[in-house]
Design a protein around this ligand. Structure first.
Ligand code: SF4
Ligand code: SF4
Length: 424
């Protein structure tokens, strides 16, 4: 699709601004009632999904162009999908997230990018990672010392795919190591992608670099198919969304599981049992790309119709991604199985969770805004009385840890895998 294909959607946005707020019946407090970081931070209507529809229309009409301010505004969206869920509470025929990303694609194709994006995309092209300064030759260093199959030398059923952040971030590599060891110890027939291991490209798509995403996706799909695996397991929520939803659109037919789903299965099958108590009160942060954006891709082949020249509808009925079937229970079930652990919930959870601030590449491109978004979530976590915030994504964990360090916020931050490891 191109931006002009979204014109009917731009025209039928009803200006209700549901895309700014948690739905009334889900609202727990005024303080944590907003759901879009972009308009909450900038406090200007054009930053909302509604404003983005109007901006897209104005650009198509030739009445606005990508000035420096508008370029930054377009890329200021975290692609967190929160507006997409709340819009669909009252509307059935709009796709705000797809439009937000298409606006970015349009800007990128016209050369309108943010300064930091040049270095990120150069790293993707040269080193197949979204993390500038990291080298392809060091991508597998995190797995040194772990006896695991290389899927291009040995066959295995499961591919463990850690993603860029876990592969390179020295503070987080221990999580990928622990996850892989858990799988091996539970008897999984697992391997890693060896020299074919590379960025999923998901964040490139979130930033509007669709051609670069497609290139990475096609190469990775070919590699997974050549490896002949039956399941791909990833501990990264961004990778999870890319593989499960976006790659499926491009033909990937292999089952994709997040590590929390795999751990939940192991617990249910009695292959993972806990022997120690973790006496701690925690709150769980739903990563956007595991939660509301973790729903599977449903193929659809139909046409858009207009009834009475007013209502847009689709024949046959089109799948509706409203976040209701994201991955929310698996992480909570894993936490519930850990002896001694108590879970207390924040005001905004499941499909209405507030973004960690790292989405859409914003932790790398717009760091102040990203840190504010993380800081808001930590403030919300603090109101629960929890000692720690737990999540299931390295980008969330890193952004929260950064906000704790920089803003003097007091809460511990863990990945679920770290707590599972403590309980063994
Ligand atoms: S994008 Fe959706 S929720 Fe936002 S103003 Fe338009 S119709 Fe309302
Ligand atoms: S995707 Fe997230 S940041 Fe972007 S407009 Fe929607 S709610 Fe706001």
């Amino acid at each position: 699709m191109a931006l002009q294909d979204f014109r009917p959607m731009q025209e039928r946005c009803s200006n209700c601004l549901n895309c700014r707020w948690v739905p009334f019946d889900k609202l727990k407090s005024e303080r944590f009632g907003e759901n879009c970081p972009s308009i909450a931070y900038n406090n200007f209507m054009t930053y909302s999904a509604r404003g983005r529809f109007q901006l897209g229309q104005t650009i198509l009409d030739g009445d606005a162009d990508y000035t420096e301010t508008i370029t930054e505004l377009v890329h200021d969206c975290m692609a967190c999908g929160s507006c997409d869920v709340t819009c669909k509470v009252c509307r059935y025929n709009l796709e705000p997230l797809e439009h937000n990303i298409e606006l970015k694609v349009d800007a990128v194709e016209k050369g309108k990018t943010l300064p930091a994006q040049a270095g990120i995309m150069a790293a993707l092209k040269q080193e197949q990672t979204m993390i500038p300064g990291s080298k392809k030759a060091q991508r597998l260093d995190w797995a040194k010392g772990i006896q695991v199959k290389d899927l291009f030398k040995d066959k295995a059923e499961v591919a463990f795919y850690p993603g860029c952040k876990y592969s390179y971030d020295p503070k987080l590599q221990k999580v990928a190591q622990a996850a892989l060891k858990l799988l091996i110890d539970a008897g999984a027939d697992v391997g890693i992608m060896g020299n074919a291991d590379a960025c999923c490209g998901g964040r490139a798509l979130q930033m509007g670099f669709r051609a670069e995403f497609t290139e990475r996706a096609e190469a990775n799909i070919k590699a997974f198919n050549t490896a002949g695996v039956k399941v791909i397991v990833t501990p990264c929520s961004d990778c999870y969304h890319a593989l499960k939803r976006q790659y499926a659109k491009l033909g990937l037919a292999i089952e994709v599981l997040h590590t929390v789903e795999y751990l939940e299965r192991l617990i249910e099958e009695g292959k993972l049992t806990f022997t120690k108590s973790v006496n701690m009160t925690v709150t769980y942060h739903d990563p956007c790309h595991l939660g509301r954006l973790g729903e599977p891709f449903v193929p659809w082949d139909g046409t858009e119709k207009k009834i009475m020249n007013q209502v847009h509808t689709w024949s046959p009925k089109r799948p509706r991604y409203n976040g209701a079937y994201g991955i929310y229970d698996a992480p909570r079930n894993v936490l519930a199985a850990i002896p001694g652990l108590r879970l207390v919930e924040m005001d905004r959870i499941r499909e209405y969770a507030w973004c960690c601030g790292a989405g859409g590449g914003c932790s790398q491109t717009l760091p102040e805004y990203s840190a504010w978004t993380a800081s808001e979530r930590i403030t919300e976590a603090n109101t629960t009385g929890a000692e720690a915030m737990v999540t299931a994504c390295p980008w969330c964990e890193a952004n929260f840890m950064g906000a704790v360090d920089e803003h003097g916020k007091s809460i511990q931050v863990f990945d679920i895998i770290e707590l599972v490891q403590q309980a063994l």
